[in-house]
Ligand binder design. Structure first.
Ligand SMILES: [Zn+2]
Length: 431
């Protein structure tokens, strides 16, 4: 077990640190009737949230932040029966609950949302019930189409009637969302932009076995966002054995063709996420492959469809330590999988890869207490806009205002007492 999640933040400008983490062996009891997830050793985290070093005011000289991207592997098995759904539902509840504490900024669903496409329509409402929890969290997300999500889910798969309605560009999940930025003509490709650690990130969702048109569209999106750190999610890309996937479902691009025609030539793509392939109860592959420019691309297969235990992947980006910490967690079991393919780190020198975070960070001056209300002064370049988040315990954060800095500083005053002697703020730059 690595104590990987709990590092002090930016040297000299510590935001906070969590300590007091204990790990206890939980054993192998996963509940009656549940399918096992390989031979994993299970460890349960207790997070007493002892705050060791706190500053009431966040004043980063350079933006440094831990943030998390949650990855939802194939959920198809959960949707077969109501009795299997808690594994799916608990994932979404966990993400919503931990949006603040883990600073979850984005969620990628890797596809095969349901098991039987258009053949068993009753599976869709089950899946949507879980996805609604994610929607309500307000966290940006993308969903890749899997082979089981097509109307006809037997090879050759075809038809996107259900998909279009639920996850296409007209989906209530995406319509009007500021982070949902576009789609191709085939309703199964899309892209999102989310913000973390002072940067914009591009997330590209590709259809199953992308067509030439799909890859051309993806290349155009990248050309329209040059240099933006990019993650690609695609249902089928690697096999559980670590090979590039074939194209048996639609006759589109193979994994190798996706690599050659999109990933490798575009060095701003630093990560590819995929599901679909497993052996026994799971599929886990972590490959680092150098692209045409000699830069590393982290290729991650995650698939636990052989269980209904609710396993999911969390990727914690630590911009201060230049690392990505991968962990695998089941909210249903409240258990962490700690074997080497479920918990690992990769180095990610994004200053070298993408340059330093954009300049013009916001700094905050001391909040003043008056009449039980707090006020906070934001200092930065004129024209900056940021979300101001507040917390009384450094665990639960709420956005209290969107502040525009019109002339170099902006004062925000809370209009009601916080009900706490301490108030912590952080500012998230929007543009
Ligand atoms: Zn699949």
């Amino acid at each position: 077990m690595k104590d990987s999640n709990h590092q002090t933040r930016t040297p000299g400008r510590t935001l906070w640190r969590l300590a007091g983490i204990r790990c206890l062996e939980r054993g192998q009891d996963r509940g009656a009737g549940r399918l096992p997830k390989g031979n994993k050793s299970i460890t349960t985290f207790w997070l007493p949230r002892l705050l060791v070093a706190v500053l009431p005011v966040v004043a980063p000289a350079a933006w440094a932040e831990k943030f998390t991207i949650a990855v939802i592997p194939d959920t198809q098995t959960y949707t077969i029966y109501d009795a299997y759904m808690p594994g799916f539902t608990r994932q979404m509840q966990y993400i919503a609950t931990n949006k603040g504490p883990r600073n979850i900024v984005f969620v990628s669903h890797l596809g095969d949302v349901v098991n039987d496409g258009g053949r068993i329509p009753a599976e869709w409402p089950r899946a949507l019930g879980a996805m609604d929890l994610l929607r309500d969290s307000g966290i940006p997300f993308g969903v890749a189409i899997g082979n089981h999500d097509y109307d006809n889910d037997s090879a050759p798969v075809n038809g996107t009637t259900y998909w279009s309605q639920y996850f296409g560009p007209d989906s209530p999940y995406f319509q009007g969302k500021s982070w949902y930025h576009g789609y191709s003509n085939n309703v199964t490709d899309s892209y999102q932009i989310f913000h973390a650690a002072g940067r914009d990130f591009l997330h590209l969702v590709l259809e199953l076995e992308p067509s030439a048109d799909s890859l051309q569209w993806a290349n155009q999106v990248i050309q329209a966002h040059p240099g933006m750190p990019t993650i690609v999610s695609i249902h089928q890309y690697l096999t559980y054995a670590g090979n590039r996937s074939g194209n048996n479902y639609r006759g589109g691009s193979t994994g190798l063709q996706v690599w050659n025609n999109l990933i490798s030539p575009n060095t701003q793509i630093f990560m590819v996420l995929c599901g679909h392939s497993f052996s026994g109860s799971e599929g886990e592959v972590n490959h680092t492959t150098l692209d045409a420019a000699g830069k590393p691309v982290y290729e991650e297969l995650t698939d636990y469809q052989g269980t209904v235990d609710g396993w999911m992947r969390l990727m914690e980006f630590d911009s201060a330590l230049q690392q990505i910490n991968f962990t695998t967690y089941s909210p249903l079991l409240d258990a962490w999988a700690t074997d080497a393919t479920s918990q690992f780190q990769v180095n990610f020198d994004w200053n070298n890869r993408f340059g330093p975070a954009p300049s013009g960070m916001v700094s905050l001056d001391s909040p003043l207490l008056s009449n039980g209300c707090f006020s906070v002064l934001l200092v930065g370049a004129a024209g900056q806009k940021c979300d101001l988040l507040a917390s009384t315990n450094l665990a639960d954060w709420v956005t209290v205002a969107t502040v525009t800095n019109t002339n170099g500083s902006a004062c925000y005053r809370e209009t009601s007492p916080a009900g706490s002697p301490r108030r912590y703020y952080r500012a998230r730059l929007l543009q």
